[in-house]
Design a protein around this ligand. Structure first.
Ligand SMILES: [Zn+2]
Length: 348
């Protein structure tokens, strides 16, 4: 008798003693939240979906661009030409890879006021693991607060130049990200993919290692204790692991003060890293069709399910408005100028 297709799909994974049929069943009932669908998130999400993790939530604020394609493995030239939101492009590709996985795409910027809801806390779909595919420490420390508050492992990852780093935080009795890094570095103090460059194999290795760590914590209850931060250089092959101890005085996991999560500070408008563009945060959901009608005399706009986009002022600026109310003004790095353009066309 032929074996059922779903059994055949995972057979070579199930024969691993580390996983087995019981581990596969745990994966199929698990939920992973992947925050950031860039170089790390696309690789990690693809491997988790292929591995049969039952539910995967993808959250990303950006759209696909040509400069992403050398390392962001779920996207192609058509996505870049269309400027498809990364979360949606990833969802569509992953749904074609494994239709048995429930995949949710959220086109949104993760900030304190929406983060727990986007990740699925507060409903009956809290994730069993959070995969950090972000490119900035502000969001990572927000994710760390959520991971510690809810007791959900956070799989940290970072990649820059030819190097990568991976660590698992917020395990029972284990350290959190703040134990390892103290706090977010000063804005602009760290190299970025734009200033230092980034090697595709390095970020792919980070995403793959994050997926393996996520599968392990979903399959085996993690042992309490210290964590390791792994660092490697994909060009030279060097690899080292540093043991990270829990800091009893840690603001987050020691005193359980969730400074990044429990803040009333509204997110600020900001120049997007390495790009000639400014993001204006959401001030409430926007009816994109109604806005397109209102803007009809100001330029040519296209409206899709996730965003409105068009050029204004004779092509000097490109305006993108997402359904959650967030806008990106391309054509300037000056926050005040962008806010003024935004007020003229979208309103404040
Ligand atoms: Zn800590």
């Amino acid at each position: 008798m032929p074996e059922p297709a779903e059994h055949a799909r995972y057979r070579r994974q199930e024969i691993l003693p580390e996983i087995g049929p019981a581990g596969q069943a745990r994966l199929s009932s698990a939920h992973a939240a992947v925050v950031g669908c860039g170089a790390l998130g696309t690789v990690a999400a693809e491997l988790l979906v292929r591995a049969g993790v039952g539910r995967v939530t993808l959250i990303d604020r950006d759209v696909v661009e040509l400069t992403n394609l050398h390392r962001q493995t779920l996207f192609d030239e058509a996505d870049a030409a269309a400027g498809t939101p990364k979360a949606e492009a990833a969802r569509a590709r992953l749904a074609a890879i494994n239709s048995g996985v429930r995949i949710e795409a959220c086109v949104a910027d993760v900030v304190a006021s929406n983060a727990e809801g986007l990740l699925g806390f507060g409903a009956d779909r809290a994730p069993g693991v959070i995969v950090d595919g972000t490119d900035n420490f502000e969001t990572r420390f927000l994710l760390n607060d959520i991971a510690v508050k809810h007791g959900v492992p956070l799989i940290y990852g970072g990649g820059i130049g030819t190097t990568g780093a991976v660590g698992v935080f917020a395990l029972p009795s284990g350290p959190c990200l703040r134990c390892a890094f103290d706090g977010p570095p000063a804005p602009g103090s760290q190299p970025t993919c734009e200033t230092a460059g980034v090697l595709g194999p390095a970020t792919a290795a980070v995403g793959a290692r994050q997926a393996a760590v996520a599968m392990r914590v979903l399959v085996e209850p993690p042992a309490p204790g210290a964590a390791t931060l792994e660092r490697f250089d994909l060009w030279t092959g060097e690899h080292r692991s540093v043991r990270i101890e829990r800091d009893p005085g840690c603001l987050c996991c020691g005193t359980r003060r969730f400074e990044c999560l429990d803040t009333d500070d509204a997110p600020a408008s900001a120049t997007l890293c390495g790009r000639d563009a400014v993001q204006i945060p959401a001030s409430g959901a926007v009816d994109l069709d109604a806005l397109a009608e209102r803007l009809a005399g100001a330029g040519r706009f296209t409206v899709g399910p996730f965003m409105l986009r068009g050029e204004i002022e004779a092509g000097r600026y490109q305006l993108t408005v997402f359904g959650d109310g967030r806008s990106v003004i391309r054509g300037t790095r000056d926050v005040a100028e962008a806010r003024s353009v935004h007020a003229r066309y979208v309103g404040s």
